[in-house]
Design a protein around this ligand. Structure first.
Ligand code: TRP
Length: 435
């Protein structure tokens, strides 16, 4: 059986070189492996949690889709779709929400970080926190469980979310699977040997550090200018340089063959200037990125092509999601009224005679009474008047639990023309119904 690999890309921002090296390139390479069925999607519902600017959401979806396609994603081979095109995902989110422990969500890192920050600022712990942020892990669990993914390649910060998806999936299986595994329990997969690219200042390349090198934006010129700003040490041309730990070298090497790496390192040790080194790095990266940039520009000029690809992807994804969700709805009891087992149970219920009932009431004489009436309204037992309502209640309770055994002491008499056997049968039915 082929293994399903699934990952989501939150559609906020514009991909940079670090995203390409750390996520896009390895994911596309992995999708070409034999025996793997890949699902890649634009997590645009997740984007709404972080961003309430419609123009940015729209732009980012387009840019990210164009980037993945330009980078060589083969959409014949993989299922590439937008989360928001799959209504089954939001429906599944609710089914999962109903079996997710709130306490577990309280411990989710993203939510905890937000409440901790509020506490540190002396604010109400939940200030500014939406239910979207709080429930984020459940939406993510639905993304994963909907397609029964075996492996989920993610960054380290996402591992807790995959564990939560496993827990929720397991709980759902236990509650509704009747011994069957409805959901595959996913495994987080952290790419250990993929480079995290340093940014201009040497810290991890990230938009939040404002140290990114653009992937396509600004063209070849933009790439060149960014590389020129990568921090190096102050060794002069001609001085030997240590390639180990130099950020420029890490960036260069992410695009180099082993031979190119060895040659570059040797030249630096031999005194190559940083200026020269930067030019080589630009040339190498441009050779990789240049052709993709042209495809990217072409796609960005034709958003209708991207839309068509995503619509086709949604169709493929829904071919899996729609029947599976129908199965899950059935499992939790959301079934057509005509489902056979339910009809049979109803018929059996109807065949059973309706139960007799006790009624308690007060008469004009101020005393308290009770009576037992059959389903047709005829009186089976009639009590005497009692001083206290409590007494009447206590007798009803005894008759219901002890049945005919309590008759000898009870302050009651049979209704007109009612046989002792009829009363006994009625009480026996009530006792049985209690159990
Ligand atoms: N939350 C992930 C992130 O920020 C993106 C994501 C959403 C995801 N749904 C997913 C990743 C499902 C893997 C599987 O990186």
């Amino acid at each position: 059986m082929s293994e399903r690999v699934l990952t989501g890309i939150t559609t906020t921002g514009t991909p940079h070189l670090g995203n390409y090296v750390g996520a896009i390139r390895p994911a596309i390479a992995a999708s070409r492996a034999a025996g793997v069925e890949s699902f890649f999607f634009l997590a645009d519902y997740h984007a709404l949690i972080k961003c309430d600017d419609p123009a940015r959401i729209e732009r980012s979806r387009l840019e990210i889709a164009a980037t993945w396609l330009a980078a060589g994603l083969d959409t014949e081979r993989v299922t590439f779709y937008r989360q928001s095109d799959i209504p089954e995902i939001t429906e599944l989110t609710w089914l999962l929400t109903c079996v997710t422990a709130k306490g577990q969500m309280n411990r989710a890192h993203a939510y905890k970080a937000a409440t901790d920050a509020n506490a540190a600022a002396g604010e109400d712990p939940d200030a500014g926190i939406t239910m979207g942020l709080f429930s984020y892990p459940i939406l993510m669990a639905a993304d994963i469980l909907m397609f029964n993914a075996h492996r989920v390649p993610v960054g380290r910060d996402q591992v807790q979310h995959i564990e939560m998806a496993r827990d929720v999936g397991q709980r759902f299986n236990h509650l509704f699977g009747q011994g069957r595994e409805l959901f595959v329990l996913p495994q987080a997969e952290i790419e250990e040997d993929v480079a995290t690219l340093p940014g201009l200042d040497g810290r991890k390349m990230s938009k939040s550090y404002d140290n990114t090198i653009p992937l396509f934006e600004g063209g070849a010129k933009g790439l060149k200018e960014a590389i020129a700003r990568v921090v190096t040490d102050s060794r002069l041309p001609g001085e030997p340089k240590d390639p180990e730990g130099a950020h420029l070298v890490t960036i260069h090497d992410a695009f180099a063959t082993p031979e190119q790496r060895a040659a570059f390192h040797a030249e630096l040790r031999g005194g190559l200037s940083w200026g020269e080194a930067k030019q080589r790095a630009v040339a190498l990266i441009e050779a990789h990125i240049g052709p993709m940039r042209a495809r990217y520009a072409e796609l960005m000029a034709h958003p209708e092509r991207i839309e068509a690809v995503l619509q086709a992807g949604a169709q493929k994804a829904r071919a899996v999601a729609t029947p599976f969700l129908a199965e899950l709805r059935h499992a939790v009891g959301l079934r057509p009224m005509t489902a056979l087992p339910v009809v049979a149970a109803t018929a059996a219920d109807a065949a059973k005679p309706a139960l007799p009932v006790f009624k308690q009431y007060r008469e004009a004489d101020g005393r308290f009474y009770f009576k037992l009436t059959a389903a047709d309204g005829s009186v089976l037992l009639q009590s005497q008047g009692l001083a206290e309502g409590r007494e009447a209640g206590a007798w009803v309770k005894r008759l219901k639990t002890e049945g005919a055994a309590a008759l000898a002491e009870a302050p009651v008499q049979r209704g007109d023309g009612v046989s002792p056997a009829a009363v006994e049968a009625a009480l026996a039915a009530l006792v049985a119904a209690q159990e």
